[in-house]
Design a protein around this ligand. Structure first.
Ligand SMILES: [Zn+2]
Length: 218
């Protein structure tokens, strides 16, 4: 059994891939370099792929710098505190783009599943992280590929979709994942900033889980 795991370099996709391995899959990692400001996460994705001993790790480059998002556009600043509603860090249709690449890769290697670390509890502002989105995408997959129209299955698995950050951290901890290999900060500086929405959610998650984040902060 093979699965494609989207590995961003962040904590959630690390835990999601860890669960895939525990579920008995051979792991095929996929990391997307989409001109994100925090390119540093790609180096962490490589470390995670090594830690999980994946069978293959593909890093694909697509230039999304034309999109208006705080993560890709130099003209939009990364917020220094958590925001409500759909945040400026939302990248237009990002998960739809990423899952389509994962699907192509999955069909190409005859994988049975795609594991995604998306979560709608702590990122409720992102429309492409909700359970109804995943359900609709699964329906698309079922009619979209040669494998699936011939009766094969490619399951879109999102084991973290309804978990809180602290629950995700506790699951990862129970699998002995080394979180110092994961990067969450939206700013790609030497140390994590500790202030951007992603750092704040991560730090609160560790605190609630009663664990210490091994990553170094400014
Ligand atoms: Zn940060």
């Amino acid at each position: 059994m093979k699965t494609v795991c989207l590995i961003s370099g962040g904590l959630d996709s690390f835990v999601s891939a860890g669960i895939a391995r525990k579920d008995g899959y051979e792991l095929y990692g996929l990391t997307i370099d989409y001109s994100q400001k925090h390119k540093k996460e790609i180096e962490y994705a490589k470390k995670i792929a090594g830690f999980l001993n994946v069978d293959e790790h593909k890093i694909i480059t697509i230039d999304l710098s034309f999109l208006s998002s705080a993560l890709t556009s130099r003209n939009i600043k990364i917020p220094e505190k958590p925001v409500t509603g759909i945040p400026v860090t939302y990248v237009p249709a990002r998960n739809t783009i990423f899952i389509s690449l994962a699907l192509a890769y999955a069909e190409n290697i005859n994988a049975d599943a795609i594991y995604l670390g998306i979560n709608h509890i702590d990122y409720s502002g992102y429309p492409d992280c909700r359970p109804e989105y995943i359900e609709a995408y699964q329906k698309l997959i079922n009619i979209a590929t040669q494998k699936t129209v011939k009766g094969g299955r490619i399951l879109l698995k999102t084991p973290l979709v309804s978990l809180s950050k602290s629950e995700i951290i506790l699951i990862g901890n129970s699998m002995h994942l080394d979180f110092s290999l994961s990067w969450s900060c939206y700013k790609g500086e030497e140390k994590a900033c500790g202030k951007c929405p992603s750092c704040v959610i991560r730090l609160k998650g560790f605190e609630k889980a009663g664990l210490k984040d091994p990553l170094e902060y400014k």
